[in-house]
Design a binder for this molecule. Sequence first.
Ligand code: ADP
Ligand code: ASP
Ligand code: MG
Length: 606
Amino acid sequence: MNWHACEIQAPFSSPPDGLHAGLEAEGNSFPRDSLGLAVNSEALEELKNRKSKRIWIHMGNSHIGIPVAKKHSATSASEQFQYPLDSSTLKQPGIVQQEAFRRVPDRRRTEHPRRRPLRVMKFGGTSVGDAACIGKVVEIIRAELRESKVVVVVSAMSGVTNKLVAAAKAAESGDRKIVARIFKELRAQHEAAASILIHSAAQQRRLTRLMKDIFREADGLSKGAILLRELTPRTLDAISSLGERLSAPLVAAALAERGVASKAIDATELIVTDACHGAAEPLTDLTRERCETRLCPVLQRGIVPVVTGFIGATRAGLVTTLGRNGSDYSATILGAALDAHEVVIWSDVDGVLTVDPRLVSGVSTIPEISYHEAAELAYFGAKVLHPKTLRPVIQSGTPIWIRNTFAPQGRGTKITPNARPNGGGVKALSAIGNLTLIIVGGPGFIGIPDVLGRIFKTTSAVRADVLLISQSSSQNRICLVVSSSIADRVVEGLRREFASDLAFETMEHITFDSDVAIVAAVGEKLRGISGIVGRMFGALDRHDVSILAIAQGSSECSISFLVAKNDMKKALEIIHREFKLGALACPEIAASKSYETQRRAAESAS
Ligand code: ADP
Ligand code: ASP
Ligand code: MG
């Protein structure tokens, strides 16, 4: 919450075009990000005596008039009388009496929001994909506000981050034209959405100014990369963060347009991360502190913060990103930092499905799934969740819901520390394509000391995630699977590490096959259930799908194996059918209570 000394020239004869997310007055120097008035005691006296002179403040569809004196400035926060713009001040348009304001003597009061349940609601790229989608998002938030306080987290509009990354890469290769074309397209896309969603002239002006500033920044960043023909991870993060920095103010303005007091907040002010650009990790304590001082007072005022997903900043304030698809992670980082009751991830699917619906038809929605199962699915490619999403809430056990922005009446999937047992067995499938199988081997291999240690030292040095490893018992062949995007780096690193062994032929070869995919079956205690593996591999064998490698016993709730990339879809279809996953969830869903009923029951129990 930014409080500002009152610097308003009175009188105003009519309400100026005004503020939606915050407080704004025409023709004065009142800062645009202000959310309340702060005047010193002397000014307060004047306020009381000059009732004919007032400043008009618009919030959503309402406006209020506050009697105001001439210019005043307070010297310290503790001297000020602060007037939060809470809902009671909005009940009656017109002149608001002094009593209608709540007096807040100092900031400490603002750090204890009321005990309404707090929900962090994250909306993904498709959910904010265009003006119509943002309209749906606004309605979902408005409905939720009847029961809870809400912190909104938004992704960039769908496709925007991809385009920003493409622009950054084009800048690195010096292609000014492509850079300019992409930024022009992005600008048009955001302006088009703004012109449909926002009708207030002042809001339109404000958004246009803000977008102009962001695109100016984009130009500056890309010019640097063009000049140097270099794209550092830091610059790439700065450029790819712009999508969320555009979408958050747009959603906040759209909310305000529908009468919801809201404020766009850049997560660089909230999520403090390490300096690992492209895959930054949050620093929990600092993030919690920032959320308490920056977000809680906003919530206290009844204002909905709309936070940029995907991004954070180092202690020194450099923009970082949490990794592609990372807004889910942003939501749980904020949920944990704020001790939220729930985190709801709104996407374009009805929940966690038995398999990616783009790969297999006839999928069903899983009503409830454990953290462990969801993490395995995400790790093995289920895009519906970023693989790190569950990490921040493991300690608190905060429930996560996956729900559909385009079918909000649906129940969705609840992800809990320990989902209801379903009798065991395969619950869902996932797969990752575009992988490379690297085979390190040779007959004399057994004599080479610490081969596995040296392999992992190399993969860690080149920052490669090994998704699957398998080793033959005689140790003369080790298979590892990595993303094809980093496979060259890994192969080069291994060839360097084992250069002398290759020269003396104690190691015969380091080869690779870049057309493979991992398929994973997930279910609680899956590995302990006899017959599952046999049934799965038997079905694949009957349909001529060869298994190239099987993962060594890593997680007890997943079985993962490698197939040729061309067999991936077929393997998923076969297993989905074999375990009758298409029929799994439907009866349960029909029988299960709606999201709202369940939630109310849980709340009254707690
Ligand atoms: P958002 O933009 O909302 O973050 P994403 O595209 O990142 O959405 O994730 C949602 C997509 O994840 C779905 O459209 C679906 O195609 C894909 N997906 C993959 N596996 C699953 C699964 N098991 N359940 C649900 N969706 C899945
Ligand atoms: N906009 C980012 C991306 O496309 C983050 C996200 O959507 O979750 O990767
Ligand atoms: Mg996503």
